[in-house]
Structure formats: structure tokens, C-alpha cells
Design a protein around this ligand. Structure first.
Ligand code: SF4
Ligand code: SF4
Length: 382
């Protein structure tokens, strides 16, 4: 019943275009006549395959946009021109509506509007407090005889079950939201070739290359590839940390090799490299975010962006500190902090900035299908 209500709400939302959708429809009509930017990115290429744009098309194209800023800086109709064409900002506003419209459960969509920094910090703080209480109660705080063994504080099975359960639940919630989004934007059959094309676009972040693969426009008309590089460091850093945890789980359950692992072991090497990437990438993205041109993106989403970056930094810095100080009396405190930040991140995955990567991947898949089919008009659901 809850899912049915969500689908009805979604249908109503798409049937009555919001102000943000109407604005994108307006600017795309101008762009489709102009077409100066048609070779810039997948968003413009999908535009040229359409004669008009229904709400589902707009949500799809908004999620194809990587907010590189190239079309704003190239546009002769950008503000202060009376046409006021600002594609990156208009698309960003629709993207926020996408996340809210398709969030599952539907009521949780409101979290995208709330101050994500406060939410992330509140969630993490509550969990840290809880873990501290547990540690103090068990008498492990400042215990110097643990030899870097985290599981002397929190048993391995308890940690694996608690974090595994939360992670899988949040992935399912996000998966349901993205599946609903996919159903509304695509009726095309899935093909392996298109999936490969989309995977390549995701892994290379081709659409963050700007108009001519020279990079994004950040604070001014100058091109820079730094945002793409920092995104790559963040993404691959995250994946390496995920790989480290997966390898450690395999070691524990299948080979019977229990932590703590040596500094030269595979899980520690993967985690260290991933952690370094997850420090450099988010710091770079934070720097670029604070310097961005005022016409780029949607300023209302800055708290969500900054909350996500702060969350990633808190996880990576506490994770590296845990490795560096694991044989000292501070290990239990740092472990509590790290686990709290990780749990806070997991809980916010379907309702914060993390979701943008998944929705964007779905839009890139739809684009890859269209390119292979040589589509010329919209087939998205109305
Ligand atoms: S963004 Fe401006 S220059 Fe580019 S296609 Fe649209 S109207 Fe033309
Ligand atoms: S901001 Fe960049 S990715 Fe978005 S539509 Fe413009 S050129 Fe394409």
C-alpha cells in the first residue's frame, strides 16, 4: 500500500510539472533552436533527439547533466541576457526534485530538503555517544593491552551483522527509488552493449570533461580538469575502502585469518590507499565547491553537498587515524568515532548526496540505450 501511494504521488508529480521542470522546458526550447552546445555533453545530445520534453524527459536529462558549467559560460543567452538561460542551475533544481520524488519510503524524501550537515552530524553523534557508552561500560576505554585488535572491543560478528544489516537496508531503499525512476524514464529494452557504454561513462566521468574535454568551468571562464580528478579520487578511494572491507570479510569468514592485519596485508594496503584518496578527493571538491561561480548549481543544495563531503572526510581521516594509533591507548576512542561516522554515512546514503551517483548512472544507461537505438524522439513515460 505504501509503495502504491508513493507511485500515485510520483504520477501526480510528473503529471503536474513543477516550476523547476517548466523552467527547464523553457530553456531547452531555446537551446533546441540554438544548438550551439549540442556537442558538449550527453544532456545536449539527448536534447537533440527530442522535439519536445515531457516531465520524465526533463528528470532524465537533469540527471544526465554533470553540472560542469561549460554551457553556462559558452551561452550568449545566459544572465544578464533577458532569456536568462542557465542550464546547470535549472537542471540542478530538477535533480533535487528527482531525489525527493522517487525516495523510498516516500516520506523520507523530505530529508533531501533538510540541512544535511546537521542531519549527518546528529546521526553520527548519536551513534558515537552510544558506542562510547558501550565501551565505557565494558571497561575497554584507554585499555593499552588490546594489541590493535578492534574486535576485543566490539565482537566481529556483532559489528558485521549490525553494519551489514544497515548497509543492505539502505541499498535496498536506494535501489527501490532508482528503479521507480528508471521505470518512469525508460521503456526501452536493456542491452549488454549499452550497459558497457554506460559503465565506461560512469568510470571515466566523461561528461565532467566540459565542452571539449578541457574540463569544467569553476569560478570563471577558465577550464579545469581538477573537479574530474577530485571526483575520481573520491570515487576510487571509496571503492578501494569497500574492497578492503570485503577482502577482510573474506579473510575472516573463508580463510579464518582474523584481524588485526599487518601493514603490508591486502586489506590494510587497499584501505590505506582508499583512505588517502578519500582525503584528497573530498578536500579538493570542498575547495572547488566554495569557489564556484555563483550562477552554477542550486545554492539551496550546498548544505547537502557540504554535508556529504564532511561525512566522507570524517570517515577517511578517522579511518587513517585508527590505523596509525591502533596500538595506543586511543584506539577505542578513535574506533568509536570511525564506526559512528560510517554508520551516519550508511543511514544517509538513500537520502543525501550519495544518491546522485546512482541516479546519474541510471540516466547514463538510458542515454547509452538511446544512442545505440538511434532514437530521434522521446519515449519516456508521461
Ligand atoms: S546553453 Fe545557450 S548557447 Fe548553449 S545551446 Fe543553450 S541557448 Fe545555445
Ligand atoms: S553544465 Fe555541463 S554537463 Fe550540464 S548540460 Fe551544461 S555542458 Fe552539459
Amino acid at each position: 500500500m505504501q509503495q502504491l501511494n508513493a507511485l500515485i504521488a510520483e504520477a501526480k508529480n510528473l503529471a503536474q510539472p513543477s516550476a523547476a521542470v517548466i523552467e527547464v522546458q523553457r530553456v531547452l526550447q531555446i537551446c533546441n533552436a540554438c544548438r550551439y552546445c549540442e556537442g558538449f555533453c550527453a544532456t545536449f545530445q539527448s536534447m537533440t533527439r527530442r522535439l519536445d520534453f515531457n516531465s520524465a524527459d526533463i528528470h532524465y536529462m537533469a540527471n544526465l547533466c554533470h553540472n560542469c558549467g561549460a554551457c553556462l559560460h559558452a551561452c550568449q543567452y545566459a544572465p544578464p541576457n533577458e532569456f536568462g538561460v542557465n542550464i546547470p542551475q535549472s537542471m540542478a533544481k530538477v535533480r533535487l526534485e528527482t531525489y525527493q520524488t522517487y525516495a523510498w519510503p516516500a516520506k523520507m524524501g523530505v530529508l533531501y530538503k533538510k540541512n544535511a550537515i546537521a542531519l549527518t552530524l546528529l546521526t553520527s553523534s548519536a551513534i558515537i555517544l552510544f558506542l562510547f557508552t558501550l565501551v565505557m561500560w565494558s571497561g575497554s576505554l584507554f585499555n593499552t593491552n588490546l594489541d590493535g585488535n578492534f574486535y576485543a572491543i566490539f565482537p566481529h560478528n556483532s559489528l558485521a551483522q549490525l553494519f551489514g544489516l544497515v548497509f543492505v537496508t539502505m541499498i535496498i531503499a536506494l535501489g527501490i527509488g532508482v528503479t521507480n525512476f528508471w521505470r518512469s524514464i525508460s521503456t526501452d529494452p536493456l542491452a549488454a552493449g549499452a550497459a558497457l557504454d554506460a559503465t565506461k561513462d560512469v568510470l571515466t566521468l566523461k561528461n565532467l570533461g566540459g565542452g571539449h574535454q578541457q574540463g569544467c568551468n569553476e569560478a570563471d571562464d577558465a577550464f579545469s580538469l581538477w573537479r574530474r580528478h577530485f571526483h575520481h579520487m573520491t570515487f576510487y578511494g571509496f571503492m578501494l575502502c569497500f574492497a578492503a572491507t570485503s577482502v577482510a570479510t573474506l579473510f575472516h569468514y573463508f580463510l579464518g585469518w582474523e584481524a588485526p592485519y599487518s601493514y603490508t596485508s591486502l586489506p590494510v594496503l587497499l584501505g590505506t590507499l582508499g583512505g588517502i584518496g578519500l582525503v584528497i578527493g573530498p578536500i579538493g571538491l570542498l575547495y572547488l565547491n566554495l569557489r564556484r561561480h555563483e550562477l552554477h548549481g542550486d545554492h539551496g543544495q550546498k548544505p547537502m553537498d557540504l554535508g556529504f563531503i564532511a561525512s566522507l572526510l570524517a570517515i577517511s581521516i578517522s579511518g587513517l587515524a585508527l590505523l596509525a594509533f591502533r596500538e595506543t591507548a586511543y584506539m577505542a576512542i578513535i574506533l568509536c568515532l570511525h564506526l559512528g561516522f560510517v554508520m551516519g554515512f550508511f543511514l544517509m546514503m538513500p537520502y543525501g548526496k550519495f544518491a546522485h551517483g546512482i541516479y546519474r548512472s541510471a540516466a547514463l544507461l538510458k542515454n547509452a540505450i538511446e544512442v545505440r537505438m538511434g532514437k530521434t524522439v522521446s519515449v519516456g513515460a508521461d
